[in-house]
Design a protein around this ligand. Structure first.
Ligand code: MSP
Length: 661
């Protein structure tokens, strides 16, 4: 998969490798999924600013029975089915400004090959053996339950849906063998599992005893074939968890692998923490590989009606939110609202509240007031600072403390507190305006130097804010930069550039733009939403009625038909288009003008046969780029069932450009 951000591996830099889980393409992603990815993106951006060779991996987990079934329901091949859904993931990440370095799919050839090698190695060394599995299985959760864990209702203890009783031959991984070593590792490395409370949960789980793990299936086919027995496919956890090392070149590119592994952080939701802190480290131990430095289990993003689920109908669509509020507002909300580690609630009211108070009021007003004053008092030119007073020194000192605290909080993945610290500085800058009262100095010609110093400090404070925002938000830092005349400076700035308070050049120009975050009226927003959903419903109803009435649904009105401009054109010459077997470029004469069209005629007509022919074209079609050639219209031809083509042409010769009506 093409990365959003292409960077070379840099052997001389220290690495920072962060991962999100790979997502199931069984559905569209919701805002809860976007939560982990935004957090990972934020920490990766921060580490990059600190000068690390950063690797941010995300991807899709594409095998399993659930996907096989859904594909069958959709009447598609599993690969075709997952390809379509994975395309929606990539679109969402792009819209949200997620700049991953690599996107792994478990259907990638390299991944499949290396997973087979891993399975083979564990089998050869006696860590995988054949046995029989019998027990309860939850297909939606892809998890097995022991009899003692299941109540009389025979439903999944996690999701409450009906379980299936399965009995099958299966390969098992000797996980129990690694339990003691794992426990020791967890106890000796307090940072390995975070947050603390979840670490204790995992310790008690291991202490209660670990069973060996079933790692193959015979009940479905959509998976990586077992290298030691073609009747089995490798079950989800060896396949999915291994993505973190196969993507880094394990057993395929040792230089890359040694450079990036072990991962610094695996970010995962609390529901899959167990797999990442028990199964995954055991597999790594068996492979004699170092363990990741940390696995962080964050909480759930819930809605007011509980956990998001399609059947409850409370799934929050991130695309709709991005469309309505912009990606930076969503990113800010996700990182600011919920303590990373705890559960939190999404509500549109809370989102709008954050936009209005933090983004529009605190930050937007600071920028707006500052730039307006520079325009008013210094004709939009950044003034030079002069002698400092105590209040200025205090502002600078607060900026220094803020950048230290923000960095410290980010290191610990405390996004909420990091943003809180940053906002205290935003408010401090607003307070500086109230303390220094530039509007009063503005009335006094002798106070220009002092006024200039104050406004310079405000611009410098805004530059600090914009640079500190770079790990969190993607558009706002440069938008601030554009307004304070420092766009390039902010684009290039690293974390250490914050040390330079005076990086803004006096003499450059500020440029007041649109409000960073317009205020949103809660009632109006909901009214509009209601209105548009009512309209949508009506349209759907009409559509439905049309269908029921048996009326063809592709009728166009006479007005629509009149829009179509059909004309006679004479082919001046035809040429082949390099790189394509069936396309030709035609230069056609339309009387008043010549145009170029791209048409799929090669193989049906030779270039010579076409020359001087009169044809019919749609002259007012939007131009399109085809194989790097612009096509300014479309010719008309008939195609019969066996694929032969016949060009439409006038019965007698007419003037090129003649309209057809
Ligand atoms: N495919 C497995 C992960 C394999 S990793 C080797 C999987 N996929 S998932 O698509 O179901 O979930 C991916 C991640 O999204 C998980 O970390 C899960 O916790 C997270 N979330 C799903 N819904 C969520 C919320 N409502 N809130 C926060 N995170 C949630 O599990």
């Amino acid at each position: 998969m093409k990365p959003r951000r292409r960077r070379e591996m840099n052997m001389s830099k220290e690495t920072f490798y962060v991962t999100t889980p790979i997502y199931y393409p069984s559905d569209r992603l919701h805002i809860g999924h976007a939560y982990t990815t935004t957090a990972a993106d934020s920490i990766a951006r921060f580490k990059e600013m600190q000068g690390y060779d950063t690797m941010f991996l995300t991807g899709s987990d594409e095998h399993g029975q659930k996907i096989e079934r859904r594909a069958a329901e959709a009447g598609e091949e599993p690969q075709q089915y997952v390809d379509k859904i994975v395309a929606t993931f990539l679109d969402l990440w792009q819209r949200l400004g997620i700049e991953y370095d690599q996107f792994i799919r478990t259907t990638d050839e390299n991944h499949q090959r290396v997973v087979q090698k891993i399975f083979q190695k564990l089998y050869d060394q006696g860590d995988i053996y054949l046995d029989k599995y019998e027990g309860w299985y939850c297909t939606p959760c892809e998890s097995y339950w022991q009899e003692r864990q299941v109540s009389e209702e025979e439903v999944c203890p996690d999701c409450g849906r009906p379980l299936e009783w399965v009995a099958e031959e299966s390969y098992f991984f000797k996980m129990s063998k690694y339990a003691d070593r794992l426990l020791e590792h967890i106890k000796e490395h307090p940072d390995f599992i975070q947050p603390e409370s979840r670490r204790n949960e995992m310790i008690s789980f291991i202490e209660s005893g670990l069973d060996d793990l079933s790692v193959s299936r015979t009940t479905f086919d959509w998976g990586i074939e077992c290298p030691v027995n073609e009747d089995h496919v490798i079950y989800v956890w060896i396949d999915a968890l291994s993505n973190y090392i196969t993507a880094m070149g394990f057993l395929s590119n040792e230089e890359k692998f040694n450079h990036y592994w072990p991962a610094d952080i695996h970010l995962v939701g609390k529901d899959i923490l167990r797999f990442h802190t028990i199964i995954w480290p055991s597999i790594l131990m068996a492979l004699e590989l170092p363990l990741p430095k940390q696995v962080f289990g964050h909480g759930w993003l819930l809605t007011e009606t509980g956990k998001m689920s399609k059947s409850v109908g409370n799934v929050v669509d991130p695309l709709e939110l991005i469309e309505d509020f912009g990606r930076d507002a969503i990113r800010y909300f996700l990182l600011r609202e919920v303590q990373f580690g705890s559960d939190g609630t999404y509500s549109t009211e809370a989102l709008i509240q954050r936009i209005n108070s933090d983004l529009a009021n605190d930050l937007g007003n600071l920028l707006n007031r500052t730039v307006s004053m520079v325009e008013q008092y210094f004709s939009a030119v950044v003034p030079a600072p002069a002698a400092e007073l105590e209040v200025d020194r205090d502002l600078k000192e607060t900026a220094r403390e803020t950048r230290e605290r923000v960095a410290e909080e980010l290191e610990g993945l405390h996004f909420t507190t990091a943003l809180e610290e940053l906002w205290q500085f935003v408010r401090r800058c607003n307070k500086y305006i109230d303390q220094t009262r530039p509007w009063i100095l503005g009335r006094d010609e002798n106070k220009q130097e002092r006024l200039g110093t104050i406004l310079y400090n405000l611009l410098a404070g805004l530059r600090q804010i914009a640079v500190m925002l770079k790990p969190f938000l993607v558009d706002t830092p440069e938008k601030i930069g554009r307004q304070i005349g420092a766009q390039q400076n902010i684009r290039r700035a690293d974390w250490e550039d914050l040390a330079d308070w005076q990086a803004l050049r006096p003499g450059s120009r500020v440029d007041k733009g649109e409000a960073l975050f317009p205020r949103i009226d809660l009632d109006e927003y909901f009214q509009q939403k209601q209105e548009s959903s009512r309209q949508k419903e009506q349209e759907e109803e009409q559509e439905e009625k049309k269908k029921e009435s048996g009326e063809p649904d592709n009728l166009i009105s006479f007005r629509e038909f009149k829009k179509l401009e059909l004309k006679i054109a004479r082919v001046v010459r035809a040429e082949r288009i390099s790189g394509s077997d069936n396309l030709l470029k035609l230069i056609v004469d339309l009387g008043q003008e010549q145009r170029q069209l791209v048409a799929g005629l090669a193989g049906h007509y030779s270039e010579e046969e076409l020359q001087d022919r009169e044809i019919v074209i749609v002259a007012n079609l939007e131009p399109a780029e085809i194989f790097g050639v612009t096509s300014q219209g479309m010719l008309l031809a008939a195609e019969d069932e066996d694929g032969s083509l016949a060009l439409l042409q006038p019965e007698t010769r007419v003037e090129p450009g003649s309209p057809i009506s």
